[in-house]
Design a protein around this ligand. Structure first.
Ligand SMILES: Nc1nc2c(c(=O)[nH]1)N[C@H]1C(S)=C(S)[C@@H](COP(=O)(O)O)O[C@H]1N2
Ligand SMILES: [Mo]
Length: 260
């Protein structure tokens, strides 16, 4: 699936199928390869349809609940009040100067304010959050689909993972290795229920829950949902970040793929 998906993003990320083929190393211009070119195009279309079927099939969606199911006291966990000076400065001003930086392996690096994100189409979902520590809570989240932001930035074909850098140090260390970070594969990054949430239960996202923006990835456990997001980078490998396991908790022994 990962293979299929990176292929799909790759095809969507280029201006034409011919350009995609050229980049993929296929020889499309000499006569002998013309038949082959059509076959490759046909199979690329088939691949896209298969990928779309996968995404549209209800079994691939996390369950959504009703307003009546929303938990009264959604617990805040992990960092609940980052003390990073830059974060505190941004918070003091209601995050008016906060900019989400989107970079790494993208064609168009972006800097998006909260107002920019709010101006994009939004999605609201009522879902259950499951923490590995053994508790769950249902909440309502509103935000912009991560796919829309990534499509605006246009991933380069080499991009395999999306890495999130947070404002908080969950563990105080001299070398900064205690800063929270997370990563996801492209399947989850482009999933329709994966949103950069700026509202919780109909109000601006409170600081304990990750203001100004946190990720919701509804088919994954709690620690895969970074709060206090400062940057998003498309990367081809997770090796260079933290201890190389793709996330704060992964570096401390948790599974990278925490599907539920
Ligand atoms: N930046 C950051 N993101 C984080 C954490 C954290 O400590 N820092 N904790 C994770 C864990 S383990 C859980 S269960 C959820 C908690 O989200 P909540 O505070 O909204 O309940 O956030 C996740 N994302
Ligand atoms: Mo958690």
């Amino acid at each position: 699936m990962a293979e299929m998906l990176s292929r799909r993003r790759f095809l969507l990320g280029t201006t034409s199928a011919a350009a995609a083929l050229a980049l993929s190393g296929c020889d499309i211009l000499d006569d002998a390869s013309q038949g082959n070119f059509r076959n490759v195009l046909a199979s690329a279309e088939e691949l896209t349809r298969a990928t779309q079927r996968f995404f549209l099939s209800p079994t691939s969606m996390a369950k959504e609940f009703t307003e009546a199911d929303i938990g009264k006291n959604f617990r805040a966990n992990g960092s609940t009040s980052p003390d990073d000076p830059e974060y505190l400065r941004l918070a003091a001003n209601g995050f008016a100067d906060w900019k989400l930086k989107v970079g790494g392996l993208v064609e168009t690096p972006l800097e998006l304010s909260l107002a920019d994100l709010r101006a994009m189409p939004s999605r609201t979902q009522i879902t259950r959050h499951d923490c590995v520590e053994g508790w769950s809570c249902i909440g309502k989240w509103t935000g912009v689909q991560l796919a829309l932001v990534l499509d605006e930035a246009k991933l380069k074909p080499e991009a395999k993972y999306i890495l999130f850098t947070c404002a908080d140090e969950l563990e105080k260390t001299l070398d900064g290795s205690g800063r929270y970070y997370e990563s996801h594969g492209l399947e989850d990054a482009f999933h329709p229920q994966t949103i950069l949430a700026y509202e919780m239960n109909g109000a601006p996202l409170p600081i304990p829950h990750g203001a100004p923006v946190r990720l919701r990835v509804e088919r994954q456990l709690g620690y895969k949902q970074p709060k206090y997001i400062m940057r998003i980078d498309a990367v081809d490998s997770l090796e260079k970040f933290g201890s190389g396991n793709g996330g704060f908790w992964e570096d401390r022994g948790y599974e990278w793929y925490a599907g539920i």
